[in-house]
Ligand binder design. Structure first.
Ligand code: SF4
Ligand code: SF4
Length: 165
């Protein structure tokens, strides 16, 4: 997949997103992998790809032409849940599942802000997508940032129950 050099929009631009991410860090949320949902927007999928990853991410053939491959690898490596949402309503439904204790959501600022407010008090860590081709089309995300966030939210072996300070 092409390397995009566009600088990511910083979360510090938006107070709702900033507060949500800060709160998660402050509470030191730690969950089991099965309790963490990685939520991706449909615009991350390559538009020209014929595979229906909205039905199931497992339909992705992992060709590497979009970030679906990378997100699936993170899912498999960390054992977290992964859903690609076709829109805000589906994203909210997935985030509202009581079995989900924390959400790592990738989207544009507008969708992240709306989702955080609607899903409150569900903890949501927000990560901005990048839009090298404009909004809603063939978007991108910093996979290393996503991985760092996942690792920071998962309980390590031998770590006690989730701390909520
Ligand atoms: S990585 Fe998956 S979803 Fe993306 S273009 Fe390739 S097969 Fe399609
Ligand atoms: S850019 Fe934002 S509004 Fe457009 S599809 Fe992606 S997440 Fe949704």
């Amino acid at each position: 997949m092409p390397v995009h050099h566009e600088a990511p929009k910083t979360v510090f631009e938006n107070p709702v997103i900033l507060a949500s991410n800060k709160l998660i860090r402050w509470r030191r949320v730690r969950v089991r992998p099965a309790d963490l949902l990685l939520l991706a927007p449909h615009c991350l999928k390559r538009q020209a790809c014929p595979h229906n990853v909205l039905d199931s991410m497992d339909n992705c053939q992992r060709c590497g032409k979009c970030r679906c491959k990378d997100l699936l690898e993170l899912r498999d490596r960390y054992g977290v849940r992964l859903v690609m949402a076709s829109g805000g309503r589906q994203a909210l439904a997935a985030a509202s599942d009581p079995a989900v204790k924390v959400v790592v959501a990738i989207a544009c600022g507008r969708e992240l802000r709306a989702g955080i407010l609607k899903a409150f008090p569900k903890p949501i860590y927000a990560i901005h997508n990048r839009q090298p081709h404009g909004p809603c089309r063939d978007t991108d995300v910093a996979v290393d940032e996503v991985e760092k966030v996942l690792a920071s939210l998962l309980k390590r072996e031998r770590e006690g129950p989730a701390r909520r300070e």
